[in-house]
Write a protein of this length. Structure first.
Length: 405
């Protein structure tokens, strides 16, 4: 029976713990900043349903189609552009499977190369801002979302270049996997850019507004979602039915993420009262692996988890344990947020599962699953190499954030 006093100090220890947990969840979900998650998800859902991805791909096709493997490069560039208004890896992979895969098949690209490019390019959705994974990391660690988004820009560009270089090397080894390129007229290429202006305006408005200090990340999410809806209707290939579908999809996705986040808060509170992070930190430090050896172990665990779990779930579950260790080792938390996102990103395409691989298989049912795995393997190697480069040269990640600190 509860005491007459309702002050937490008057309650038994077990009841006090439950009250604190419930208050923590309610306070977190009522926080103004938490609104950015469903708003950015809505912006991505509208972008998927509006056909914006088709305009992006056609423009990239005209600009990159002039050389052998141009459609592969165009697909990677489109994934990067679509990621800037989507924020989801699976959504990017699904959209590009519908848009780019039929085109590459029509022009004679091998199934292995076409699906490998799409699976790898889809992972850009969780790195290039606005990234849901980076947003959740920032909320969990109380780091600036603006700095985190800024830190993801250069690594995102590096990822695009690495993927394009991988496709180029692929075709040097296996030239039969893609036809020769075609060079469209310059006028046609220039006209294609006019269709991209609304998309670029949306990106500049959202990201530029955050970096310029004109509005908060949550306000940026609201402006981005509203802008995406306006652009979708302006382009003419959108309807109230599609808007309703986008709203429903965004509510389902946001609810799933928030439920996982609620579980993570409970998990985090359990870790706090049991001092699990401190014990794990002591164990790793006692192993005397050094700062980078410990980092390698942490990233290896996250990579394995990324193979079997959604990227946001991995971030939510692991960060409460890992973050105190990383700060104790002296690593920059903004830099680590990008490294974590990149590591989980690799898991999205790595065997034995790889969510993006199954997204492509689910949409293109005639595609052989093993061909997708074979196609994505060179891009996994490129990802691991890129991860090593950004760990060795953290200034690449921190260059833009340091300008505004």
């Amino acid at each position: 029976m509860l005491p007459a006093c309702w002050d937490l100090a008057c309650l038994p220890a077990s009841s006090r713990h439950f009250r604190l947990v419930s208050h923590s969840i309610i306070a977190t979900f009522s926080d103004y900043t938490m609104g950015l998650i469903p708003l950015f998800i809505l912006m991505g859902a509208v972008a998927v349903g509006s056909g914006i991805s088709g305009d992006l791909f056609r423009a990239a096709q005209l600009w990159f189609g002039g050389f052998k493997g141009g459609l592969a490069a165009a697909t990677i560039a489109t994934c990067g552009g679509f990621a800037a208004i989507c924020g989801s890896s699976a959504a990017t992979a699904a959209t590009m499977t519908r848009v780019a895969l039929p085109e590459m098949q029509r022009y004679g690209y091998s199934q292995r190369l076409a699906t490998g490019v799409i699976a790898a390019g889809g992972t850009l959705g969780i790195l290039i801002p606005p990234s849901i994974a980076l947003a959740i990391y920032g909320l969990l660690t109380q780091q600036s979302l603006g700095l985190l988004f800024m830190a993801g820009i250069l690594p995102g560009i590096v990822a695009i270049l690495f993927y394009m270089a991988t496709a180029k090397i692929w075709l040097m080894v296996r030239p039969q996997d893609a036809p020769s390129g075609f060079v469209p007229p310059l006028r046609e290429r220039m006209l294609s850019l006019t269709k991209l202006s609304p998309i670029m305006l949306l990106f500049v408005l959202v990201i530029g507004g955050i970096y310029g200090g004109f509005f908060t990340p949550t306000e940026a999410g609201a402006i981005g979602a509203t802008g995406a809806i306006i652009i979708a209707f302006t382009l003419g290939d959108f309807s109230m039915e599609r808007l309703s579908s986008s709203l429903t999809e965004s509510v389902r996705t946001a609810a799933a993420i928030l439920i996982i986040l609620a579980g993570a808060l409970l998990f985090g509170y359990f870790l706090t009262i049991t001092q699990t992070p401190q014990k794990v930190a002591e164990l790793l430090i006692a192993a005397d692996l050094g700062a980078y050896g410990t980092l390698a172990v942490i990233l290896a665990v996250m990579l394995l988890l990324g193979c079997v779990m959604d990227e946001t779930a991995v971030v939510i579950v692991t960060i409460p344990i890992i973050y105190p260790i990383i700060t104790q080792l002296g690593f920059d938390p903004i830099w680590f947020g990008v490294i974590v996102t990149m590591t989980v990103e690799i898991g999205m395409i790595a065997p034995p599962f790889g969510l993006n691989v199954f997204v492509i298989k689910g949409i293109s049912k005639d595609t052989d699953l093993w061909e997708i795995y074979k196609g994505v393997t060179p891009f996994i190697i490129a990802d691991l190499l890129r991860l090593v480069v950004l760990i060795a040269f953290p200034s690449i990640v921190l260059f833009l954030p340091n300008l505004f600190r």
